[in-house]
Design a protein around this ligand. Structure first.
Ligand code: FES
Length: 440
């Protein structure tokens, strides 16, 4: 029986009522307020799905809905992202695309049988009678689950409402909040849009240089924003910035912004847009980087600070960004054992259905450590889609593209992690500067 990874610090005090989920028919204890992913992770369930072709085990990696490592069938709906889906009592959760379950998937033999590549287009290309049978088997084994149990609902045109704002801020992390506040306090009508159920982004995972927890800072900023008359839209996303109208005629910059909220679609023609969409974590580059238990450092902080759940019991934290120190310190304080390997490089993560050990190297020296979790800090991809849609120029930064500078396109500004790595103090200062300029 795996150890429950919930700890009695921070959010534990706020833990909701006990509830029960069913995972592939088994009862799993959870608490109101937890996501499905956090509840399963706490209960020691690491394999949440299988990759579509080779049936390799997959588990939580980003905890922000961006990596597709946690797609599950939830209450009859396939491909639900477990890491951002709130759990409820009696919820039926099933692993998909596996036989008989993702934990023990017989189809995983494909990964062993084809260690290099499985090209279904070439296989049996010269056997016209066998080919259709082969393709039918491959279709059964691959893919993304089965269609929903529910009867299809006829498509409805969603209600579209206008939203009035001078400055539209996309993203409510540290820089987005700072930008929105500066613009609102300079007299602009501000709308702040954030996809989280709690606005604050990575601010909710940190303490600032004066030791104040980011959640308190986010709450105080939201209060000031509301007092200044700003509109705050949580659980919402700016999904498009359109330069032309429905007839193809050009709109004045920055164009029409489309916002999806839980209830409706809003359309907004702001005078300026501030893109503070941040960055999402991407897997580190070493063999075994897709094993359940290899996670982003920020993902581990989300589990800890939002749910009071440890990412693992014995953890190696790799990478170079400031999140490395934050993850190591906070997880150690919460009771995890942190493996110290200064200056070492992760050569490989090893294990069967989850990480069991990690191979390390430093110069000529190589060794391995038993761990159940490897955290990667600093592999981040800026979320530049809105800047691209606005016609902004992007420049290469390592593996990623980022907007070129704070004034990313006509009447479109960018700030925060979307521009590349920066300290919290730098992101706050940059947001405030951009907010003031956008309001002007
Ligand atoms: S999408 Fe759920 S862990 Fe990344």
């Amino acid at each position: 029986m795996p150890k429950d990874l919930r700890v009695a610090t921070g959010p534990a005090a706020l833990r909701g009522k006990p509830i029960t989920l069913r995972l592939d028919g088994r009862a799993i204890r959870a608490f109101e307020g937890e996501t499905v992913g956090a509840a399963l992770h706490a209960a020691g369930e690491r394999v949440l799905m299988r990759s579509i072709k080779y049936h390799r085990p997959r588990g939580l990696f980003c905890c922000t809905g961006k990596c597709a490592g946690c797609l599950m069938r939830v209450d009859g709906t396939p491909n639900v992202r477990a890491c951002v889906t709130p759990a409820h009592d009696g919820m039926v959760v099933e692993t998909q695309n596996a036989f008989p379950s993702a934990r023990r998937d017989l189809f995983a033999v494909v990964d062993k049988a084809y260690p290099r590549v499985l090209d279904v287009h070439e296989q049996l290309a010269r056997a016209p009678l066998l080919r259709p049978i082969h393709h039918a088997i491959v279709r059964r084994m691959a893919g993304f689950g089965k269609l929903p149990d529910l009867k299809p609902v006829p498509p409805r045109r969603p209600a579209i409402r206008p939203l009035e704002a001078d400055v539209l801020v996309a993203g409510g992390g540290p820089s987005g909040l700072a930008a929105a506040l500066a613009a609102a306090e300079a007299g602009a009508r501000v709308a702040l849009v954030d996809e989280g159920d709690r606005v604050g982004g990575s601010l909710l995972l940190t303490s600032d240089d004066e030791g104040r927890h980011g959640a308190a800072r986010a709450e105080e900023t939201l209060q000031r924003l509301r007092a200044a008359g700003a509109t705050v839209l949580p659980r919402s996303v700016v999904f498009g910035l359109y330069g032309t109208d429905g007839h193809g005629d050009a709109l004045p910059a920055p164009g029409l912004a489309a916002i999806l909220t839980p209830e409706r679609i809003l359309e907004c023609s702001p005078r300026t847009v501030i893109v503070a969409s941040g960055a999402h974590e991407t897997p580190p580059l070493f063999p075994g980087n897709d094993l359940p238990g290899v996670m982003g450092a920020r993902a581990a902080l989300i589990l800890l600070h939002r749910h009071g759940v440890l990412a693992g019991e014995r953890i190696l934290v790799s990478g170079e960004s400031a999140w490395r120190r934050a993850a190591a310190d906070d997880l150690a304080k919460a009771g995890a054992e942190i493996v110290s390997a200064p200056g070492a490089r992760v050569a490989e993560a090893r294990g069967g259905r989850r990480v069991e050990s990690v191979a390390l190297s430093k110069g000529e020296e190589t060794w391995s450590e038993e761990v159940d979790c490897v955290l990667a800090a600093g592999n981040e991809t800026p979320r530049v889609e809105l800047v691209q849609q606005a016609g902004g120029r992007l420049v290469a930064q390592g593996w990623a593209l980022a907007p070129e500078g704070e004034r990313a396109a006509p009447r479109v500004f960018a700030c925060g992690s979307v521009l590349g790595p920066a300290t919290l103090a730098e992101r706050l200062a940059q947001g405030a500067r951009v907010g003031r300029e956008a309001a002007r």
